[in-house]
Ligand binder design. Structure first.
Ligand SMILES: Cc1ncc(COP(=O)(O)O)c(C=O)c1O
Length: 433
């Protein structure tokens, strides 16, 4: 039991962290070493070829704190407008008539509409440094694709995006945003890759899923020396970059003299959830405490943490990448389409999976009709003026449920909820059938 070792001057004069927090060494100290990826020589060399070298180094790093380069931190300040504000949603509390405090991390207040740009910017920065000319990726909701398209243009890189077909079909404004940044965007499965063609041959009208889109992106990047494949969730370095969220939250909670009872987020692959909770969870376990609940809210369409098995599984449909030890539903899982397309991934980040395995993460799955969730999103919009992304509405529904549990009591409950994105580019999310 000891205090978490921290760098001096962790925050700059604006309150932006100078370091990312890497929980991996603490996992080894308090639980077990994070199980490594398992793959053939061919799969391992594919990873080394397509992932940005600095990100791969971070993926395997055992350093507790990893410095954020100054130039990148400047870009976090502008154009990303960090630090993001942590605000108390008093009007929402009032509407619920709850004694609970609801503190909202405003990740939605980002240029492209979500937290995804935090790691997109970092990965693009390191890709540029490595002399790359092009970024290739997958996207589900399209928030990640928009973020990659935007940062690629900031660094004068090309971008190619494989977008899950059944989401791309209805998010017209978001498609235009990506194209406006100069990205080429293909519906996945596509005829551009062997992985896509193989699926289309068997199922010509396949709606697509993130596992297939990842295979298409990896295959495309592997055939172009000047390209890097950037991933929007799941991997250690993605969660690492997102810890900027939790670090900013922690500083602002302390400034407001608050200690959280429960931290809440929506959960697809685990990047916004991990980003929010890991710095605070790291401090909690180092102090030998267990006094904060960490709650992930997902969809019954893809309940990877709730119904998945903790085992080695493929991250992508074609099995190009090494297996990861994670809670997984398997790559053959094809859940029903939901509006919150960003929550439709079959696996959960290995870091979060290990913590769930040890009982540190609670997970809940909302019904596929999304009625409760979208109603929660509407209430947030009506009480704050901000329209949350469909994915983020799951976090809000979670926070509301937890706030209502103490209604009528005098129980003090401090709920911190990450609202990961906004829906301005896809208001159809809230259309009533
Ligand atoms: C706004 C938003 N929130 C959350 C997610 C889920 O991803 P993750 O679990 O990696 O944060 C997505 C994925 O696209 C998203 O667009």
């Amino acid at each position: 039991m000891k205090e978490l070792e921290k760098p001096k001057n962790l925050y700059d004069e604006r309150g932006i962290p100078r370091y990312w927090f890497n929980i991996v060494p603490l996992l080894a100290e308090y639980f077990e070493p994070l199980p490594p990826p398992l793959g053939s020589e061919e799969q391992m060399s594919l990873v080394a070829k397509v992932i940005v070298p600095e990100c791969l180094k971070q993926e395997m790093s055992r350093d507790l704190w990893i410095p954020i380069p100054d130039e990148l931190r400047q870009m976090y300040a502008w154009p990303l407008k960090r630090p993001r504000e942590l605000v108390r949603a008093r009007a929402l509390e009032k509407a619920l008539a709850t004694p609970a405090e609801i503190w909202v991390m405003t990740e939605f207040d980002s240029p492209t509409g979500s937290h995804k740009i935090n790691t997109a910017l970092s990965q693009a920065y390191f890709a540029k440094q490595a002399g790359k000319k092009r970024l290739v990726t997958e996207t589900g909701a399209g928030q990640w694709g928009t973020a990659v398209a935007a940062v690629a243009s900031m660094f004068n890189l090309e971008s190619t995006i494989f977008w899950v077909r059944n989401v791309m079909q209805w998010k017209k404004n978001r498609l235009e945003a990506m194209q406006n940044y100069g990205a080429e965007v293909f519906p996945s499965p596509s005829d551009k890759t062997k992985a896509g063609r193989d699926v289309l041959e068997k199922y010509p009208n396949h709606p697509g899923n993130l596992g297939i889109a990842i295979s298409e992106g990896v295959e495309t990047a592997s055939s172009d020396q000047s390209a890097s494949y950037v991933l929007g969730s799941v991997l250690n370095h993605v969660l690492l970059h997102q810890t900027i969220i939790g670090l900013e939250v922690k500083r602002q909670l302390e400034e407001n003299d608050r200690y959280p009872t429960i931290m809440v987020s929506c959960f697809g692959g685990g990047s916004n959830f991990g980003g929010l909770i890991l710095p605070i969870l790291g401090e909690m376990i180092s102090a030998g405490k267990r006094d904060i609940r960490f709650c992930a809210h997902q969809s019954a369409s893809y309940p990877n943490l709730v119904c998945g098995k903790y085992k080695y599984g493929e991250p992508d449909h074609a099995g190009l990448l090494p297996k990861l030890k994670m809670y997984t539903l398997g790559t053959d899982w094809q859940g029903d389409s939901i509006r919150a397309g960003g929550l439709q991934y079959h696996g959960a980040a290995p870091i979060i999976s290990l913590l769930r395995h040890y009982g540190y993460i609670e997970a809940y799955a909302y019904p596929k009709d999304e009625k409760i969730v979208l109603e929660a999103g509407r209430l947030f919009a009506k009480t704050t003026g901000w329209n949350p992304a469909g994915e983020s509405a799951y976090a809000i529904a979670g926070a509301i449920g937890l706030a209502l549990e103490v209604k009528g009591s005098r129980k003090k409950r401090i709920i911190v909820v990450n609202v990961s994105g906004r829906a301005d580019m896809e208001m159809e999310t809230y259309k009533k059938e």
